[in-house]
Write a protein that binds this ligand. Structure first.
Ligand code: PGA
Length: 249
């Protein structure tokens, strides 16, 4: 099944008003690559300003509460992200699974909340270095995915991001063979679960994707794009990654 490449930047806790110019430069480059879907997940405080600055470009958030509203100090609901003009949300990023002790069950509820609000949900999974070194990466990630997948049968609004934790922000990337093996296993799990529709769910790779390795990563059969942290902060780094995806589209 043909899948459009999807390249999403994760700005983490970076981004104030002065950075809207960078977002504009990225959105302009995305407009020059209409064969690729491009988005930026930025701090919630900046979403509305960014949406106003670059109408038509996909802006998103990096987390969401699993409930629509209530007494949850400091939290943001999917409805609020959509109301601010956001169209994407990342759930289950390893930095949140680790620092906020988010369980697979919570991540699953967050995925469901995002889909309910009509957002594109990017569900992250990935193994730690000790797990990889023990040879348990594949079963660990598949178990995590199984437990984090939304219960909905229609998963058209979902994308998966495979992000080995040890590759995030470290400059290390998984080998092409390891990426291939993991993405194929995730694809099989998605088609086992969703039938033909599982073939339409995009699987992104994340973890130190840079201009110099993006083309190799995008050439793997079941890699449908990337979730990019550090290299998405500057248009000059992110644009070549978008262009590499366009060449593989
Ligand atoms: P990185 O981050 O590209 O800086 O490794 C990726 C991510 O955390 O999503």
């Amino acid at each position: 099944m043909a899948r459009r490449k999807l390249v999403v930047g994760n700005w983490k806790m970076h981004g104030v008003g002065a950075d809207v110019a960078e977002i504009r430069a990225i959105a302009d480059a995305a407009a020059r690559a209409p064969e690729v879907d491009v988005g930026l997940c930025i701090p919630a405080t900046l979403i509305e300003r960014a949406v106003r600055a670059v109408p038509g470009f996909s802006i998103g958030a990096q987390d969401v509460h699993f409930l629509d509203r209530g007494a949850h100090t400091g939290c943001t609901s999917a409805e609020m992200i959509a109301d601010a003009g956001g169209s994407i949300v990342i759930v289950g990023h390893s930095e949140r699974r680790d620092a906020q002790k988010e369980s697979d069950e919570e991540v699953r509820s967050k995925s469901e909340a995002g889909l309910r609000a009509g957002l594109l949900v990017i569900l992250c999974v990935g193994e730690s270095l000790p797990v990889r070194e023990a040879g348990d990466a594949l079963p660990t990630v598949l178990r995590q995915l199984q437990a984090s997948l939304p219960r909905e049968t229609d998963l058209a609004g979902l994308a998966i991001a495979y992000e080995p934790i040890w590759a995030i922000g470290t400059g290390k990337t998984a080998t092409i063979d390891d990426v291939d093996e993991m993405h194929s296993a995730i694809r099989k799990q998605l088609t086992d679960r969703c039938g033909d529709a599982g073939g339409g769910i995009r699987i992104l790779y994340g973890g130190s994707v840079k201009p110099n390795n993006a083309a190799d990563i995008f050439s793997v059969t079941d890699v449908d794009g990337a979730l990019v942290g550090g290299a998405s902060l500057k248009a000059s780094d992110f644009i070549p990654i978008i262009e590499a995806a366009a060449l593989k589209a």
